[in-house]
Design a protein around this ligand. Structure first.
Ligand code: ADP
Length: 473
């Protein structure tokens, strides 16, 4: 079985969120299970690319409407990630430092997909499956089944994984001429809501689509930023597979990014040592429960609720709880969170920005991790938090619902709440403050959480099973 993963992100080359984590890990576990899985990414002018060796394995030109230009395919030479990593480089389009937010993002990802197909046409042995992740690779199914230029590829099965259905890659119809030699009478397969919608097109044209948790699959038919009717119509093609975590990287016993390594047996002392250091780093005292938030500061994550919820909590529990935030995103939320430091400097601090190593130190040192998400397709933070013995406090939605069992239930280990609002956050953290007083219960929760197995092994096997079943479609 030969599979090619196409994605905008792949840790540690380029990561903004969970997509990067998944594409950096799933192919490695698929390789270990006997599948030949490779990753093809846009080229980025970033640290990993500069510090590792790549060889050019293919060169040609792409034509994208009026744009005609050369491209190269580069391959990493040492198998550093546990799977073959390829980058597509196009001067002026795919050679930039950032992953997203350029004004010509449509052209950027379209060029990536066209260049990939131009390369693929030259393969001696075609892959069994092309696995597109999110809208950035969403036009691939349409192009290989409905462009005369790629007819030779039309036997390849296509799978789409939806990591986040909120973002769909909308492109105006005036850019239709950028797509090569398409069957214009099939234009409906590109469309949703009066524009070219790469995510919707992928759902229509792929053989199977997956979501990163079973609950998120259900939720898409009622809440998917305009695609609800599409998901109802295409439901037979959908499968929910929960993400795993890369237990080589996220392992408190060996993690080089944390100060004190620990196991289930040494979690109490190990976490206390990490907590002491992270508290020192952020001028907090370590004798109080430490509640952390890590993530994108956007409405989807409920981050806009945090400034008011933190204010209420820190007024309610004067000097009895500490709160630490790591994140970046919408300016207004960043400012709201930054402004609180002067009011609550004894018990609160924030780091605005993206900082991978700091996130590891916080997972290791915090007692609780709060996720008040409005939408959470899978959520990896709560899985890392479980692995590091940090009690997740989560809103019951998407993957959070599928992976966190409330402590009031049999063998429960987390705190769940129903509504994404300030009072529910305050009530949930209040439960955490009470639990923290019971050190025996905290120890029991830690060992329960750290015994859970969310490794990629099971989820990678489910993807392989899905690939195998494609043959019978
Ligand atoms: P999403 O992909 O929607 O942002 P996920 O929970 O699936 O959310 O994945 C988030 C990933 O990004 C986790 O690995 C988390 O630790 C990481 N992350 C998010 N924000 C930051 C940040 N500011 N600094 C470091 N890591 C971050």
């Amino acid at each position: 079985m030969n599979v090619i993963h196409l994605s905008a992100e792949c840790y540690p080359v380029a990561k903004v969120g969970g997509l990067g984590d998944v594409v950096g890990a799933l192919p490695k576990y698929q390789q270990a299970a006997g599948v030949s899985a490779i990753v093809v990414l846009p080229y980025y002018d970033r640290k990993f690319v500069k510090e590792n060796d790549f060889e050019v394995i293919f060169e040609s030109n792409i034509v994208m409407g009026p744009f005609i230009g050369p491209f190269q395919v580069l391959r990493e030479t040492t198998n550093k990630l546990g799977f073959p990593l390829h980058l597509i480089k196009i001067p002026g389009l795919l050679d930039r430092p950032e992953i997203y937010c350029y004004p010509d993002e449509s052209e950027q990802f379209l060029a990536y997909q066209i260049a990939f197909l131009e390369w693929l046409k030259n393969f001696e042995v075609l892959p069994d499956v092309i696995h597109s992740h999110d809208h950035h690779a969403g036009l691939i199914p349409f192009l290989i089944y409905h462009s005369s230029r790629y007819k030779s590829l039309s036997q390849i099965a296509t799978v789409l994984t939806i990591h986040n259905g909120q973002y769909q890659g909308w492109i105006g119809w005036e850019k239709l001429n950028l797509l090569p030699d398409i069957d214009v009478w099939e234009g409906k397969l590109l469309e949703w809501g009066d524009c070219i919608n790469p995510l919707a097109s992928a759902v229509k044209c792929c053989w199977k689509y997956t979501t990163v948790s079973p609950s998120y699959l259900e939720e898409l038919s009622t809440n998917s930023n305009g695609l609800e009717k599409l998901f109802i119509a295409e439901a037979a093609k959908g499968v929910g597979i929960i993400n795993g975590i890369d237990t080589d990287i996220w392992n408190p016993e060996t993690d080089p990014m944390i100060s004190a390594n620990y196991t289930i047996e040494t979690a109490t002392e190990g976490k206390a040592a990490n907590k002491k250091l992270i508290c020192q780093e952020f001028f907090l005292e370590d004798d109080k429960p430490l509640v952390a938030f890590i993530g994108r500061l956007v409405g989807e994550k409920g981050a806009d609720l945090l400034p008011e919820a933190i204010t209420k909590l820190l007024l309610k529990y004067k000097n009895k709880v500490n709160i630490l935030i790591l994140g970046s995103g919408e300016k207004e939320i960043e400012e709201g969170l930054a402004n609180l430091t002067s009011t609550f400097k004894e018990n609160y601090n924030v780091f605005i920005g993206y900082h991978e190593a700091l996130s590891h130190r916080i997972y290791a040192g915090a007692d609780f991790l709060i996720m008040p998400s409005r939408v959470e397709p899978c959520g990896l933070n709560q899985l890392y938090s479980l692995r590091y013995g940090t009690v997740p406090i989560v809103r019951s939605t998407g993957g959070l619902k599928d992976t966190v069992v409330d402590i009031t239930e049999e063998n429960g280990y987390g705190i769940r709440f129903e509504e994404a609002d300030v009072d529910s956050i305050v009530a949930a953290v209040s439960r955490a403050v009470e639990i923290y007083k019971n050190t025996t219960q905290m120890q029991l929760l830690r060992s329960r959480m750290m015994s859970l197995n969310y490794s990629w092994h099971q989820s990678a096997a489910q993807y392989i099973n899905l690939y195998n079943n494609l043959k019978s479609l």
